[in-house]
Design a protein around this ligand. Structure first.
Ligand code: S3P
Length: 175
């Protein structure tokens, strides 16, 4: 089964766009971060604190694999770091992968609120979110590029425009 998978840095809109894209395509929506929290009964922040980043990445890989095994074609929003593991990138080879690409300066406003309070599901951004997002953008750029079938530059687009661009891209990819 071929799925539509959204990748990109934290705050790029994967979950919001993914939910609306799924509705527009009449497909199910899956969020791998939500799956990790549901399957462990713990928040992502607690998993990072108790099991470390590697512990979280193990759970994330399991959630990705189980999402990709879904029997009906779905829209899957991933966590921003899903591309870090080579095994995850290989799993995505057979799916329609869309990269929501955004500049860190734009992302920081969206993610800063909860992060500044030391809350929310993005503990990797605690401290200096702009510096950390900038570093992640550099480290991950080639990995997102490697697995993406389509790249959408989202900086200047409203959510509805991003969704529409995704719908067109999926139609083209599935032709
Ligand atoms: C992460 C992104 C987060 C979450 C975790 C790690 C990352 O998901 O999986 O905090 O390494 O980029 P979002 O991209 O949905 O914010």
């Amino acid at each position: 089964m071929r799925h539509v998978v959204l990748v990109g840095l934290m705050g790029s809109g994967k979950s919001t766009v993914g939910r609306r894209l799924a509705r527009a395509l009449g497909r199910d929506f899956i969020d791998t971060d939500a799956r990790v929290e549901a399957s462990t009964g713990r928040s992502i922040r607690d998993i990072f604190a108790e099991d470390g980043e590697n512990g979280f990445r193990d759970r994330e890989s399991e959630a990705l694999e189980s999402a990709l095994h879904t029997k009906v074609s779905s829209v899957i929003a991933t966590g921003g770091g899903v591309v870090l593991r080579d095994t995850n990138r290989r799993l995505l080879d057979d799916h329609s992968v869309i990269w929501l690409r955004a500049r860190p300066e734009l992302l920081v406003d969206r993610v800063a609120g909860a992060t500044r309070r030391g809350a929310g599901h993005r503990p990797l951004l605690d401290g200096d979110p702009l510096a950390k997002l900038t570093l992640m953008a550099t480290e991950r750029r080639a990995m997102y590029a490697e697995i993406s079938d389509v790249i959408i530059d989202v900086d200047a687009l409203a959510i509805e425009q991003i969704v529409r661009t995704c719908v067109d891209a999926v139609k083209e990819l599935e032709r």
